[in-house]
Design a binder for this molecule. Structure first.
Ligand SMILES: *[C@@H]1O[C@H](CO)[C@@H](O)[C@H](O)[C@H]1NC(C)=O
Ligand SMILES: *[C@@H]1O[C@H](CO)[C@@H](O)[C@H](O)[C@H]1NC(C)=O
Length: 225
């Protein structure tokens, strides 16, 4: 009897902890919660406040323009066009979003992470060298492992939540990919920009030690962002 109570408790605790581990975007408690487009109000809730369902229309679930190529005339030669809750209010509480990524020849979507989302990417045009790196290993003898692949049209690759990943156009022509992300607001941290381009800048003492280079190298890198 005592044993079965212990077992029940253990099972309950395991169930509870796994539901905590799964915490990501909130599950909807109603059919939908179309975001009110009021950035001042939205700052104070986890997500965005709901529009009165009586005033919701089909346009609240609609976005147009993802057929248009993004402008890749920039220093990295790529452009991400986002369809998150900020562009499509009907995504609020639904735990999903979408992007289109355009790449010039040799264009790079530089190493970055999404703090709140896994990303699944499909190539529709061109050839991309893609990859991600695992988190710091528990066993210090193991490394941060890199997984890479060259993708062609129709190929799909998944970047697990939070891990640093990139895509590089290795073809001679432009490339296009679309990706789904498991958050209405995945967030993005571009590693180089965050580390060398923060405002105000991170102390050079911190960065010279972290990267084990001369102060002038850090000075140069900071000047690039
Ligand atoms: C693309 O961006 C560049 C640089 O900002 C700009 O000069 C150019 O006019 C843009 N092209 C289009 C088609 O918007
Ligand atoms: C929200 O409002 C801003 C500014 O008025 C606008 O640019 C943006 O497209 C709006 N977003 C949605 C989803 O309606």
């Amino acid at each position: 009897m005592k044993y079965s109570i212990c077992l029940l408790l253990a099972v309950t605790l395991v169930g509870l902890s796994s539901s905590l581990v799964y915490a990501s975007d909130p599950s909807p408690l109603q059919d939908f919660c179309v975001a009110v487009n009021d950035s001042n109000a939205a700052v104070f809730v986890n997500g965005k406040i709901c529009k009165d369902p009586k005033t919701v229309t089909a346009d609240d679930f609609y976005f147009s323009g993802l057929n248009k190529p993004g402008n890749t005339s920039n220093s990295v030669g790529s452009r991400v066009t986002q369809v998150t809750v900020n562009q499509l209010a009907g995504l609020n509480t639904l735990g999903i979003s979408l992007v289109r990524i355009d790449y010039a020849p040799q264009g790079l979507n530089p190493p970055h992470t999404h703090p709140r989302a896994t990303e699944v990417l499909v190539v529709v045009e061109g050839a991309l060298y893609v990859g991600f790196v695992t988190s710091n290993p528990a066993n210090p003898k193991m490394k941060n492992k890199l997984f890479t692949k060259i993708l062609h049209p129709g190929d799909v690759f998944v970047f697990p939540e939070g891990l640093i990943h990139f895509q590089f156009n290795v073809g001679k022509k432009k490339a296009v990919a679309f990706a789904g992300l498991s958050s209405q607001n995945p967030g993005v941290i571009t590693i180089a920009n965050a580390v060398f381009g923060s405002d105000p800048p991170i102390s050079r003492d911190v960065l010279t030690k972290a990267f084990q280079v001369d102060k002038n190298v850090i000075k140069y890198l900071q000047s690039q962002f």
